[in-house]
Design a protein around this ligand. Structure first.
Ligand SMILES: Nc1ncnc2c1ncn2[C@@H]1O[C@H](COP(=O)(O)OP(=O)(O)O)[C@@H](O)[C@H]1O
Ligand SMILES: [Mg+2]
Length: 384
């Protein structure tokens, strides 16, 4: 089955559309990557989204507008992926949507909201769309995240040692072979906020780690940032930009006077490296397989490598899944599982009481024709 996975993470930099040919063979799920197209959010939509997210406020009218426009933008990315990667023969779309709020209260998650109305995607592609993956895990007592863990576990199964999958998006998350998975804290979110703040919006992120590379670590600032209680919470735990946004950085900067932008960005890069490395050591990893846009920041990767002596640090590219596309492929897999009536969660990862078949399905042009349900869950993911 040709499936297109659509993803935009907490960085809302772009909509990533990855196409995969997926099939069940014995107890394995075989994934043939067909490629990735990324569509940057148009500037006005990105601005509107950013203004609506915490610490900003919004209205129901704006939520409706965002849901529509994001749905249309996801639809355009899906159409392009179908045409360019699938010769117009895609069969299913799996859309994560854009997270706009993750309602966390201490260790408990009460709700989550992803925008990007799937009807627009179904209308434009004429294909059935699986969307709203996260809420069902929350109703089963889980955190609704990290959902990519199931794919990581299937994929890394059988590798020697203790391989840990790390995604460095806006937020950083890890999956360990025992199924434990959690967000360690910020990935690129605070670095992005600082780069954008200091450049008056000229920079969306610290391109190639250029700012961090010229700066030095401000130890008292690092110390203050590390006082954030989230880091000490036990897993499973999830977080988002509700916590790690520009305001969080501004609070930490209070009283330090004016610091050079380079030093602040270097310190934030170290904050990510340190909190990720601590999390990696905590789960006893012997190998880290990193993905996400943060892998393109050489300063971040360098700091991380330095803090993890004796742990092999690779990117998912080396194992056959392009780092920039991994999460989009993972959602293609989750959509495929839902279409076959298979659960998409690992209770150990999300903290749910039970694994659940995830998502809501919007029928395509031909109504809703799903493959016959499959009863046996695949136990490994094989890349072809
Ligand atoms: N060349 C680069 N140099 C430094 N950072 C980069 C580069 N390319 C991407 N990034 C970082 O990756 C982030 C996007 O990563 P992504 O995996 O798409 O995250 P998300 O899932 O949150 O959208 C950007 O916001 C930026 O911080
Ligand atoms: Mg992104």
């Amino acid at each position: 089955m040709r499936v297109i996975g659509l993803m935009s993470g907490t960085s809302y930099d772009a909509i990533d559309a990855a196409a995969a040919d997926l099939r069940l063979v014995g107890d394995g799920l075989v994934l043939k990557p067909l490629g990735l197209v990324s569509e940057a959010y148009d500037w006005a939509l990105r601005e509107a989204l950013e203004a609506s997210l915490p610490p900003g406020t919004t209205s129901m009218a704006e939520v409706c507008r965002l849901d529509t426009r994001i749905g249309q933008a996801f639809a355009a990315a899906a159409v392009r992926a179908d045409r360019e990667l699938c010769d117009g023969r895609a069969e299913l779309i799996a859309s994560h949507g854009q997270t706009v709020y993750h309602w966390v209260d201490g260790a408990e998650v009460h709700g989550t909201l992803q925008l990007g109305q799937p009807a627009w995607i179904a209308e434009a592609t004429e294909l059935p769309v699986v969307a709203d993956f996260r809420p069902r895990d929350i109703t089963a007592g889980g955190q609704g995240a990290p959902l990519v863990s199931l794919v990581d576990l299937l994929w890394l199964r059988g590798r020697p040692g203790t391989p840990v999958a790390l995604n460095l998006g806006g937020i950083a998350n890890l999956t360990a072979p025992d199924g434990s998975a959690f967000d360690s804290g910020p990935g690129c979110a605070l670095i992005d906020a600082a780069a954008s703040g200091f450049s008056g919006g000229q920079l969306a992120y610290d391109v190639d780690g250029a700012l961090a590379g010229r700066g030095s670590i401000h130890e008292p600032l690092l110390h203050r940032l590390l006082e954030e209680p989230y880091y000490a919470l036990p897993a499973p735990k999830t977080t988002g930009k509700e916590l790690f946004h520009l305001g969080h950085l501004r609070d930490a900067l209070a009283g330090f006077g004016t610091l050079p932008a380079e030093d602040v960005v270097a310190t934030l890069t170290m904050l990510t490296a340190r909190t990720v490395a601590d999390a990696v050591r905590e789960v006893g990893a012997t190998e880290v397989i990193a993905s996400g846009g943060g892998t393109r920041n050489p300063v971040l990767m360098g700091m991380l490598g330095q803090r993890l002596p004796g742990v092999a640090l690779r990117t998912s590219d080396e194992l056959g899944l392009p780092a920039a596309a991994k999460e989009a492929y993972a959602f293609a897999v989750l959509g495929f599982l839902t279409a076959h009536g298979l659960p998409g969660t690992v209770p150990a990862a999300t903290g749910a009481r039970h694994a659940r078949v995830l998502g809501s399905i919007t029928p395509g042009r031909a109504g809703l024709r799903l493959p016959p349900p499959v009863l046996e869950r695949p136990v490994r993911l094989v890349l072809e």
